[in-house]
Design a protein around this ligand. Structure first.
Ligand code: CU
Length: 665
């Protein structure tokens, strides 16, 4: 069973335990003896099952259960045991015909077990990982308060307690004053604990995390504003100049559908930026009328930090009428894309994106398909209000490719959710992932490719003499068709592709020796992804959280130039989080403890699906302050974003803008 399934089962059992304890308490209060006994037995059994589900989850990782093991279960276990001991004997006597099974202590304790079960569930959903002392104090105070109030209602202090149990009744008046004493002392303790817990929750969090490495050095600082790209191309390169103007436009798709888009130069996608390795790319960004502002972020391209396009971190947002010049050397070959990083959850979705492809200089690429006459298609996949647009076309796109032609399809997912890609009618190689060539990628067919949000896959093959079809999300009517002959349009029908297995990239291609020994990591950061209550941009929200916090209250990850850095990324939530670090590509080490055994897999955006745990590593060799976030852009907007900062690097752009791509100021 997958971890995600155990998470769901555990939620369900937790909910059932809340229901059964409350049902037992209510039926007991109503003196429905037989039903109350049955429900009490059920509640105890469900609680025991809960121990099993939590134990199973604990086997998948401490992050999945910390708050359950340290707080939820002990609280429920203690309350449940007291409830069974207080209510059980009376109910069993009643079953033998002695009394009606009711006792004040029984009702209060069974209902308290219900409060404890509910509190544990609420803590899991609102707080999650990591558990804090503050959470423990507040939660136990709330449960105790509920228990004390229930006791007051069930057996008010002024009332004769003769029916509260034979033992108490025999003690006459004294138990009443003792109960008062317990009530007042308990109340005082609860109020103190709640106050302390609430106070602690307002303590400022650490502003940085060092990942086990040394703290700040006393070295001279450098500003991101000075970390700019080279002003010259390589000796045999040229300067590729572009002007991109961000503006609103109505774009007409081939189907006739019109979309109100935010565009670069009035088109979606924006102008294709194409360069050869060693060229200098120079892009002037102007903003015509995008009110909130725009930037250009070079997704997956390890540009100098000052060119990265992170508003409030590496530059100011480009406002209407303003402009910004980006300049960097095209040293990295492969398939990339660019997009705005300001209010990106709206801007990118609305059309502020385009493609960046850097081709190798002749003879530099150990790739069998470098012939000049190849078909090389760059295919960003984007969804506008439910309509999938591939490159600049909706509906089905057709291309001619004579038999024997080398074909390269560069798929780019510009959406916030993953896409499933199937290529039918030919065997093919997945030659590159996220722009980086794989080592000895084997030929495959009849597989589905999982393309994370922001990710890129390069598919290569030699055109057969029959048609080839590319389907996105198993849609047989849309997608792309390649025909070997001009008269074949419309003939390529494809079978249902939804049942095809997914190609596992961690087992694809051939391994080579790792470039570094990841056991020697200088810094190790763990990011536990979840949902919960957190401050996001100064407001409380039901956020997408990292280690229980939301942007910008998540501590900066500090690294030093040259460090070997390791990330552990754990997803406790039930949504997929495409993880994206700017300015670096990450070597995938393992997923759920199973090591990557295929080609070295370098990714800049990898999907951490529900319940998964990924280990990745990289060498920190690109000084700057880098956004590190979920590329499901609405998630990033709702808190799931932090910064990785090199020791000694500062930004003059920090301040009210806060670096959030989700902010309109
Ligand atoms: Cu996410």
């Amino acid at each position: 069973m997958t971890t995600a399934l155990w998470i769901v089962v555990d939620h369900a059992v937790a909910l059932l335990s809340v229901a059964t304890w409350f049902a037992a308490g209510v039926t007991l209060a109503l003196r429905r003896t037989r039903l109350a006994l049955a429900l009490l037995v059920a509640a105890v059994l469900v609680t025991l099952v809960r121990v099993v589900t939590v134990a199973m989850l604990a086997g998948r990782g401490w992050w999945f259960v910390q708050e359950k093991v340290l707080l939820g279960l002990p609280m429920l276990g203690a309350a449940g045991a007291v409830a069974a001991l207080l209510a059980g004997p009376h109910l069993l006597s009643a079953r033998r015909g002695q009394g009606d099974g009711w006792s004040a202590g029984g009702v209060v304790s069974v209902l308290t077990a219900g409060y404890a079960a509910l509190a544990g569930l609420v803590v899991t959903f609102l707080v999650g990982h990591p558990l804090t002392v503050s959470t423990v104090l507040i939660t136990t105070s709330v449960v105790c308060t509920a228990a004390l109030l229930t006791a007051r209602v069930v057996a008010p202090p002024g009332e004769n307690t003769a029916d509260a149990g034979a033992a108490q009744a025999s003690e006459g008046r004294r138990p009443m004053s003792r109960r008062r004493f317990i009530g007042w002392t308990g109340g005082a303790v609860v109020v103190t604990a709640a106050g302390a817990g609430s106070g602690m929750s307002f303590l400022p969090a650490d502003s940085v995390t060092l990942g086990g490495g040394p703290g700040r050095s006393s070295r001279a600082t450098v500003s991101v504003a000075d970390l700019r790209g080279s002003g010259t191309p390589a000796p045999d390169g040229t300067v590729r100049r572009y002007v991109l103007t961000a503006k609103k436009a109505t774009v007409r798709l081939p189907s006739g559908r019109e979309i109100d888009a935010w565009t670069y130069n009035g088109q979606v996608p924006g102008p294709a930026i194409i360069a050869t390795q060693g060229d200098l790319i120079e892009v002037r960004l102007r903003n015509a009328d995008i009110d909130g502002g725009v930037t250009l972020h070079w997704h997956g391209y390890d540009v100098p930090c000052g060119e990265d396009g992170a508003p409030g971190v590496t530059q100011l947002t480009v406002r209407p009428g303003a402009d910004f010049l980006y300049r960097f050397r095209a040293d990295q070959v492969g398939t990339y894309w660019y997009h705005t990083h300001h209010a990106s959850h709206v801007g990118v979705r609305s059309g502020l994106y385009g493609t960046l492809v850097v081709k190798p200089r002749d003879g530099q690429r150990a790739d069998e398909y470098t012939a000049a006459d190849q078909v090389d298609l760059t295919l960003p996949v984007h969804t506008f209000d439910g309509t999938v647009v591939i490159a600049d076309r909706d509906g089905q796109t057709e291309h001619l490719a004579p038999p024997g032609t080398p074909v390269r399809l560069r798929l780019i997912n510009t959406d916030s959710k993953s896409h499933r890609i199937v290529l039918a009618g030919t065997r093919f190689q997945l030659a590159a992932v996220d722009g980086r060539d794989l080592n000895q990628p084997g030929e495959v067919s009849d597989v589905g490719l999982h393309l994370p949000a922001g990710g890129r896959h390069d598919l290569v093959f030699l055109m057969p003499d029959t048609s080839v079809a590319l389907a996105v999300d198993d849609d047989r009517d849309g997608g792309l068709r390649l025909h070997p002959h001009g008269d074949a349009h419309g003939e390529a029908r494809i079978e249902d592709t939804s049942g095809l297995p997914e190609l596992d990239l961690l087992r694809y291609g051939a391994p080579v020796a790792a470039p570094f020994d990841t056991r020697d990591a200088d810094r190790h950061f763990t990011m536990v992804l979840d949902r919960g209550m957190a401050m996001v941009d100064g407001r409380p929200a039901y956020a997408h959280t990292i280690n229980g916090r939301g942007h910008p209250s998540i501590p900066d990850q500090i690294v030093a130039n040259g460090d070997l850095v390791r990330f552990t990324v754990v997803n406790r939530s039930l949504e997929t989080h495409p993880w994206h670090l700017h300015g670096h590509s990450l070597l995938i080490l393992s997923r759920d403890g199973k090591p990557s055994i295929g080609s070295p897999l370098w990714m800049d955006t990898f999907d951490v699906r529900p319940g998964e745990k990924w280990e990745v590593a990289f060498r920190a060799t690109n000084p700057g302050i880098w956004m590190n976030h979920c590329h499901n852009l609405p998630h990033a907007h709702q808190g799931m974003m932090l910064r990785l900062r090199y020791d000694g690097v500062t930004t003059p752009f920090d301040g009210p803008r806060g670096g959030s791509p989700g902010h309109d100021h």
